[in-house]
Ligand binder design. Sequence first.
Ligand code: PEP
Ligand code: MN
Length: 362
Amino acid sequence: MILPLNQWLAIGNETLIIAGPCSAESEEQLIQTAVELAKIPSVKIFRTGIWKPRTRPDGFEGIGKIGLEWLQKVKEKTGLLTTVEVATPYHIEECLHHGIDVLWIGARTVGNPFSMQEIAEALKGIDIPIMIKNPLNPDLKLWLGAIERINQIGIKKIAAIHRGFYTYNSKPYRNAPLWEIPIELKRILPDLPIISDPSHIAGNRNLLASIAQKALDLEMQGLMIEVHPYPEKALTDANQQITPQAFLNLLSTLIFRKERGNVDFENKLQRLRSMIDSADDELIQILAKRMDLVYQIGEYKKENDITILQIKRWNEIICMRLSKAKELGLSIDFIKKLLEILHEESIQIQTDILNKGLKKLK
Ligand code: PEP
Ligand code: MN
């Protein structure tokens, strides 16, 4: 069982806002950032990295344990809750010792089941909320597995953090959002709160607002954003951090939409949704009709020893359908993708008829 967010945090139905620097660099930097952030009522949790997983050994590997003492001061001074990334049982022990309120597990650690198991063992019997980032690679099962390991040892206060995925070409993002993955996670675990981390998806300041807005529109329940008093001087992730003032501006541009409307709204939505249902039904019937014709053509070509792929015909189809799509105001890209999928399936069916003597089932 996973508890809804508002059962372990006093936020009612509001979006959870987490902010703070990528890394703790000095006591002054932490206090200065936290004091500014605490002036924004929606900010509930102050984040920072104390131990930093770096790609190469000469990078800044985090300030270490002393940073936890600075975080205690942040908490005393501002009343903000605190959260830190943990990757080993030692990190967990130190965080608990220093009264850190929420722990998060980073993308690199989540991708390693050995580490996840070790962390889960170290958390046995401890009642502390855990946030689990998605693993670096776009593997929903790995993310789910990490969540299950933490849940299985009895922790019910769990949130997932969507920070984007490493893909061969993730431009313009640092990490491709692949929104379908967190959406599928939500479908499988409807109670699990998902927090969006636009900073690590974007990798640069300019894309933060559009990613944050999209996350809100997809009903993500929180935002975690990196804030630093002097972003360009930050020791880690300098390109994606923003000043407290820029963060305040960003929040003010976001539209926090409601999940539900009044009765009239809900009724109209219901009507529109049932129209979508019947349109989809018609679409499936038309696809069945089209594929039936493909079978007939396949059989006919086989009987007459004619090749399957006929480029001239395919080009004609593309041209005619795209000009029709344009006339109807449909996106050319979308219709082109759709036609390619249809064409691929048609070729497959005709190949199977030729090679395996495939017969239509019905
Ligand atoms: C971070 O939040 O600073 C961090 C290191 O994130 P991730 O694990 O998503 O790379
Ligand atoms: Mn970072």
